[in-house]
Design a protein. Structure first.
Length: 362
């Protein structure tokens, strides 16, 4: 593709599989730069260059599910289980509040049992009251019933992340055991949207068996679903998982990383007003991966504020960065990193998805 050809493609507003695949196939460094620059410009013009922080608390690694790619799957008995007590979670939330992060993400393995649900509801209420309702809260605790989602919403969470992982049913089936249902995943995402959450989803990029067609369809899926936020990043293999045996099918880390940046940039062009995260997995494959994500169109970063002792037991994938760091280290480090690329952290703001309000008003 020549650069003028790229300009022509980007000038048209329609999005289809063919066009997306041609952009995902770009190899020429100059064209790649042009793609990222155009996406950055769209971000700047639509939502600005402020970066929203979400302090990430990985409050439990106990999971009832067995996704083939994930290091904390139920059948991986090498993992030492932990479940932070309510006070420690609220303490971590207070760190985010006192450091003016504006928002939190509470993430854990998936459980649907009553004690878990009741605990999440209580923790939401306690955080709200300990911080005077000033922290925005995103939940990421998997598939739940409409009733449970409603209770979480009423207790104070207002954003929810549930990655579709792959929007292609056959690929989804290759990544999960037979009792994990693609249709149920879609239905859960719909329930989240219906309850009134700002709704986030995402996929892993560079999975075994995954093609550019799959990825193009994933981006179209986000658009058709009218999603408000996306967190997507490279798939990173974990030795103690069933998918590890297919590692010879993987593209080299550098290509997986580049493909992830292209996905971010194209999505920013397709959905200018959504929130897009520069995920931690990007940094696993490139030391300045998250900064590069911001320069390709992402606008959200999730500094880890999980107490250091627990981090080594929340290894969804291998070589996860920042395991020895404290919440304070992560704040300082990210602040420098973000300033180094000329962006500014929106301290103290919830950083809601502009798309959500545009969607509600239309
Ligand atoms: N249990 C919840 C939230 C925790 S998992 C859920 O599954 O929704 C959060 C995300 O981690 C998953 O959605 C998945 O996309 C990502 N993840 C898991 N294993 C991964 C791996 N090996 N490489 C990259 N991302 C992974
Ligand atoms: Fe559990 Fe989420 Fe990992 Fe699946 S991806 S095994 S649901 S923690």
């Amino acid at each position: 593709m020549s650069e003028s050809n790229l300009e022509n493609i980007l000038a048209k507003q329609e999005w289809n599989q063919e066009k997306i695949i041609s952009l995902l196939s770009i190899k020429d460094p100059k064209e790649l730069e042009a793609l990222y620059k155009t996406a950055y410009q769209v971000k700047q013009d639509t939502i600005g260059t402020q970066v929203y922080f979400r302090g990430l608390i990985e409050f439990s690694n106990i999971c009832a599910k067995n996704c083939y790619y994930c290091g904390i799957r139920a059948e991986n008995t090498d993992v030492k289980p932990y479940d932070m007590d309510e006070e420690s979670i609220v303490e971590a939330a207070k760190f985010a509040y006192e450091n003016d992060y504006g928002s939190l993400v509470l993430q854990s393995g998936e459980r649907q049992d009553k004690p878990f649900i009741e605990k999440v509801v209580r923790v939401l209420e306690k955080i709200k009251s300990a911080t005077g309702g000033k922290l925005g809260i995103t939940l990421c605790v998997g598939e739940q019933s409409a009733e449970v989602y409603r209770r979480f919403f009423e207790a104070g969470a207002h954003r929810y992340l549930l990655r579709i992982e792959s929007s292609h049913p056959e690929l989804y089936a290759k990544l999960h055991p037979a009792d994990h249902s693609f249709d149920e995943r879609i239905a859960a995402l719909k329930r989240i949207q219906d309850v009134g959450f700002q709704t986030g989803t995402g996929v892993m990029i560079g999975l075994p068996f995954q093609t550019l067609e799959h990825l193009a369809n994933d981006l179209l899926f986000f658009k058709n679903f009218d999603i408000d936020m996306v967190g997507m990043g490279p798939y990173i293999e974990h030795e103690a998982t069933p998918l590890f045996k297919h590692r010879e099918l993987l593209m080299p880390p550098k290509e997986r990383f580049e493909l992830s940046l292209k996905m971010i940039a194209i999505l920013r062009l397709m959905m200018p007003d959504i929130n897009i995260a520069a995920t931690t997995a990007l940094q696993t494959l490139d030391p300045i991966g998250r900064e590069k994500g911001l320069m390709a169109g992402a606008n959200v970063v999730m500094p880890n504020i999980t107490p250091t002792d627990y981090r080594k037991n929340y290894l969804l994938y291998e070589d996860k960065p920042c395991l020895e760091d404290s919440a304070g280290d992560c704040k300082f480090c990210l602040q420098n990193r973000i300033q180094s690329v000329g962006e500014e952290i929106a301290f103290g703001q919830w950083g809601d998805s502009k798309h959500f309000f545009n969607r509600k008003n239309s």
